[in-house]
Design a protein around this ligand. Structure first.
Ligand code: FES
Length: 124
């Protein structure tokens, strides 16, 4: 099966790329590769693993304007309901990497600043 390249962008400018089969989550693959992506509940009810999609690679690249939100649904499907995020947050690119499975190559910003942007989950 096809896998997708998911590049994680850390606040210090470092990047980690993982090839993720759509049958696996980004978190599962990242941990297997030794990438210390934070996680807690692993079922979409806290925001510990949240990232923000900043770019999606498409066949015909249509680069978003700087700071223009990218809908996370362009890059990810979910195995179960991402209860910790609102629909508006998902449309702004926020994605729960513990339950997200990729549908496109993409770049995702991760780290404490991203988590601070969405705040704590009411389910967490
Ligand atoms: S680890 Fe809790 S939502 Fe992902």
């Amino acid at each position: 099966m096809t896998s997708y390249d998911v590049t994680l962008e850390w606040p210090d400018g470092r990047t980690d790329s993982v090839a993720v089969d759509p049958r696996e989550t980004v978190l599962d693959v990242a941990l297997r590769e030794g990438i210390r992506l934070p996680a807690d509940c692993r079922k979409g009810t806290c925001t510990t693993c949240v990232g923000r999609v900043v770019a999606v690679e498409e066949d015909a690249p249509d680069e978003p304007e700087a700071n223009e939100p990218v809908d996370a649904a362009e890059a990810f499907d979910y195995r179960r309901q991402p209860r910790a995020l609102t629909a508006a947050e998902r449309a702004d690119g926020y994605v729960l990497l513990c339950i997200a499975v990729p549908r496109a190559d993409c770049r995702v910003a991760v780290g404490p600043m991203i988590r601070a942007e969405v705040g704590d989950s009411p389910w967490g």
